[in-house]
Ligand binder design. Sequence first.
Ligand code: CA
Length: 131
Amino acid sequence: MTSSLPLLLLALCSLSAAEAQLTVFNLRASDLPSGIVVTTDGYVKVFCGSASLGETSVRNNDPNPWWEEKFTYFQGQENDVLRLEVHDSDIFFNDLLGVCQRQINFMREHDCFLESGGLLHYSYTLNGNNQ
Ligand SMILES: [Ca+2]
């Protein structure tokens, strides 16, 4: 199927904007840049709109890390902006490797190319009815 077609636009969908539970999971990256810094120690910060959902642990010295953390937000809404920031941890400062940002919709798996190189894959669900 074509569930990962990045150009598929679903903006015309007119679902209810009721609050729902957003769950972000299955975060993994590949080919994170390792030439600029001594080691690539990746972690991800997760945001929905202006809310911070938290951040993953740091995967030390791994250009192809994955993270087991799940992030849940109970006030998610269709078309909220889900934002994931991939950072490289360092002793003195943290480098931002790239930002993945897009509106929540039916597309539940994404591959996002990072500004500094590499790729971030993530999945999410948005559950609207909990009655
Ligand atoms: Ca580092």
